[in-house]
Design a protein around this ligand. Structure first.
Ligand SMILES: *[C@@H]1O[C@H](CO)[C@@H](O)[C@H](O)[C@H]1NC(C)=O
Ligand SMILES: *[C@@H]1O[C@H](CO)[C@@H](O)[C@H](O)[C@H]1NC(C)=O
Ligand SMILES: *[C@@H]1O[C@H](CO)[C@@H](O)[C@H](O)[C@H]1NC(C)=O
Length: 335
């Protein structure tokens, strides 16, 4: 009996200790607390929309669609844009040009993708869109362009007014370093907000995915006044034969960034084993996407909501073609 009482009283003692301990421990609440949030910067657009131009073909050498007017956008570019807080409107390159013009009024920035086509309607459409983007900026409407891989090559051809400005390089399916130019100010460029540690690793680790047979040499760049008056070189890269090519450029007077490498692949493409997927490599993808979309937030264009919804890429579904173990993982096909 006395044992029983002892257990009961011990339990009672422990319980009172427990509850008093709870009431005595002070919660360290933040000194200020209110339900109001600071107002947003009214000069920024927090609902940016990015245009992406489709490329001829199905993106899978006929495995998905042989239609002669088929074109595609690799979903990795769409995810890249979405991951930084923007939505995408597809620009189907063989749509009537008045449709493409109308779509340009719905977006706050533009992305040109990789691919292989450097001639014909596709080239002409890019030339036209590029001209319109420069005009918008000249008129005081901030409108950024990020031009990747083939996009780098085509803009080099357009700006230099020399369709033979490119040379052969051995940079197919290769992760590479990016060497920052000396004596440049990276503030305001794509590398401006890279954490210092990650910026250093660009030149020591292989964090940039390259997949191209052509490129722009620093000599050709320097030898073409139109090109070096328009662009500044940010980085160069050595190919497999240690031949150096220009890997990133920034327009001197426009929010136009061109990269010969593919920032979107690190996080969103898996077929090739050479694509870097380390945490640093993913941060490279994220930093480039954040930079680009932050530029698009500076656009003052506020298109009608419903027209935007009617044109968003969510009106289409991507196809999983990575099941074949090669090529892009997912593509949007337009026919
Ligand atoms: C496209 O054509 C090729 C060659 O004729 C054929 O092998 C392939 O299956 C076709 N693709 C589709 C999606 O029908
Ligand atoms: C592929 O092309 C055919 C015509 O050859 C078309 O009917 C079909 O809708 C296309 N498929 C896709 C996914 O676009
Ligand atoms: C592609 O071709 C099909 C018929 O072959 C046509 O219905 C469609 O409108 C064409 N699309 C474009 C964008 O030209």
């Amino acid at each position: 009996m006395s044992n029983y009482i002892f257990i009961i009283s011990t339990l009672f003692y422990l319980l009172t200790q427990l509850s008093s301990a709870q009431s005595e421990s002070t919660l360290l609440l933040p000194s200020e607390s209110s339900h109001t949030c600071p107002s947003l910067n009214p000069s920024l657009n927090y609902r940016p929309v990015i245009g992406i131009l489709s490329h001829p073909g199905d993106g899978a050498s006929g495995r998905l669609n042989n239609s002669t007017n088929a074109s595609y956008i690799a979903a990795s570019y769409v995810k890249f844009v979405e991951s930084a807080g923007a939505r995408v409107i597809p620009f189907i390159y063989n749509e009537p040009s008045h449709v493409l013009q109308q779509k340009l009024e719905l977006v706050n920035g533009f992305l040109l993708t990789g691919g292989w086509c450097k001639t014909g309607l596709y080239f002409d459409v890019i030339e036209d869109i590029f001209k319109k983007i420069l005009e918008k900026n000249d008129a005081g409407h901030h409108f950024p362009l990020l031009s990747i891989s083939l996009g780098f090559e085509i803009l080099s051809m357009i700006v230099s007014k020399d369709r033979n400005i490119l040379e052969h390089f051995s940079a197919s399916n290769q992760a590479s370093k990016l060497e920052l130019m000396e004596n440049i100010n990276i503030e305001g460029t794509v590398f401006g907000r890279f954490p210092p540690d990650l910026l250093r690793k660009l030149s020591t680790d292989c964090l940039a995915m390259q997949n191209h047979k052509y490129g722009l040499s620093p000599e050709k760049f320097q030898g073409n006044a139109d090109l070096h008056n328009f662009f500044e070189i940010l980085t160069t890269t050595a190919d497999e034969d240690d031949k150096v090519y220009v890997s990133t450029m920034q327009a001197r007077n426009y929010p136009v960034t061109v990269s010969q490498w593919n920032p979107e692949k690190n996080a969103f493409e898996w077929a090739s084993n050479t694509i870097p997927h380390s945490e640093d490599a993913i941060q490279v993808t994220q930093n480039v996407a954040n930079f680009f979309v932050s530029e698009a937030r500076k656009s003052s264009n506020r298109p009608p909501k419903q027209t935007v919804l009617d044109n968003l890429i969510y009106n289409y579904s991507p196809t999983f073609c990575g099941i074949a173990g090669k090529g892009y993982d997912e593509v949007y096909i337009f026919t």
